[in-house]
Design a protein around this ligand. Structure first.
Ligand SMILES: [Ca+2]
Length: 368
């Protein structure tokens, strides 16, 4: 299984490496039984969804990991009893920690670092539920690079290159646990969208979006403090007009133009993504299991009524309304990334994270 993957992310100075290239198919995967929820129709009510019930925060997620490690999730629905709105439920329990067997049948179609147990592996040292969680160690022997799992909303069989389902809103929840000494990530959890016949990402780093090719938002956090914010590409974003100080602007613009995105004549700048910070800092704790849920809602084409939000242990961390993601109704939400992106050269130490009990849904998920 070939997992060659360029990081599908963007950053200052990273140039136009915001693409992913995958060569080998993952045909033959069984479809998820829970992917049968109908796609909301375009033009559906895109009113902000209610916050997940704060009282649903995991009661055992305290400083001492012992009481929660190995315990089942807190009495709510699990992958054996998924909510009808769930598109994906992943508890990492299949194949008892055998990465290759698990991934071969998993609904996740790509794994960054999937051929390297120092970047992504199954682990039972810390779990939120059951016996296993996925661990992304960014280990020294891996050059401190991170890992990721990518999921697409396939219309039919879950396979690489599938036709995509279209959603106006997606929710993406994971339980996560940072090691006590965790400090850094380059980019973190992501919801993205494309056109339904457009499976592959285009590597749009540095390019101003055009409202019809691609849209995305990322929950990121500051090094050390783990204070969270959104990193998003949207039509109202400001770009860096001084990027000629550190990159070849003409090359960036030419690459953007080659994808049908704004050219140097239209947008003589580099567009790396917009940081949108909450007024009150909301930090992700380290050394304990934490419930993180994010959502993204597409706007009515051409209108500033899109939104995004995230919650930490059921408490609203940040919400942004009035987003202009798209001008074309064919552009819709269809993928998520369970991502702990740390590129080669980004870090000189390990930054370990575990994920467990991951759900993608069309409705709020909560922490049960
Ligand atoms: Ca588990």
């Amino acid at each position: 299984m070939l997992l060659a993957l360029l990081w599908a992310c963007s950053s200052e100075g990273s140039g136009a490496s915001d693409g992913l290239e995958m060569a080998d198919g993952a045909d033959g995967r069984a479809p998820m039984t829970s992917t049968d929820a109908p796609a909301p129709a375009a033009g559906m009510d895109t009113a902000p969804a209610a916050d997940p019930d704060p009282s649903a925060a995991e009661p055992g997620a305290g400083d001492d990991p012992t009481p929660t490690d190995g315990a089942p999730t807190s009495g709510g629905r699990g992958c054996d009893d998924p909510d009808p709105a769930w598109l994906l439920c992943e508890d990492f329990e299949d194949y008892a920690g055998d990465w290759d067997s698990w991934f071969e049948s998993a609904p996740w179609l790509e794994a960054t670092g999937g051929d390297d147990r120092g970047r992504i592996t199954m682990d039972s040292e810390h779990v939120h539920g059951g016996e296993y969680a996925v661990k992304m160690p960014a280990a020294a022997e891996s050059g401190y690079q991170g890992g990721a799992l990518f999921w697409w909303a396939c219309d039919g069989e879950q396979r690489t290159g599938c036709p995509l389902r279209s959603y106006e809103t997606l929710y993406f929840r994971t339980w996560l646990r940072f090691a006590e000494d965790h400090e850094y990530v380059h980019h973190f959890l992501t919801i993205k969208g494309s056109r339904p016949d457009d499976f592959w990402d285009h590597g749009t780093a540095g390019c101003h979006p055009n409202g019809s090719l691609d849209m995305s938002t990322v929950v990121d956090f500051r090094e050390g403090s783990h204070e969270t914010f959104f990193y998003a590409y949207h039509l109202d974003m400001q770009c860096d007009a001084n990027c000629g100080n550190y990159t070849d602007v003409a090359a960036v613009c030419d690459e953007c133009a080659g994808k049908g995105l704004p050219t140097c004549e239209q947008q003589p700048q580099c567009c790396w993504g917009d940081n949108l910070e909450p007024e009150t800092p909301a930090a992700l704790p380290v050394g304990q299991w934490t419930c993180l849920e994010m959502t993204m809602t597409a706007n009515t084409p051409g209108e500033h009524d899109g939104s995004m939000a995230y919650w930490i242990d059921g408490e609203l961390g940040h919400r942004v309304d009035g987003m202009l993601w798209r001008t074309d109704p064919e552009l819709s939400l269809n993928r998520v990334r369970l991502m702990h992106y740390i590129a080669s050269g980004d870090a000189d130490r390990s930054n370990v994270v575990w994920f467990d009990d991951v759900v993608v849904s069309t409705e709020p998920i909560g922490c049960d």
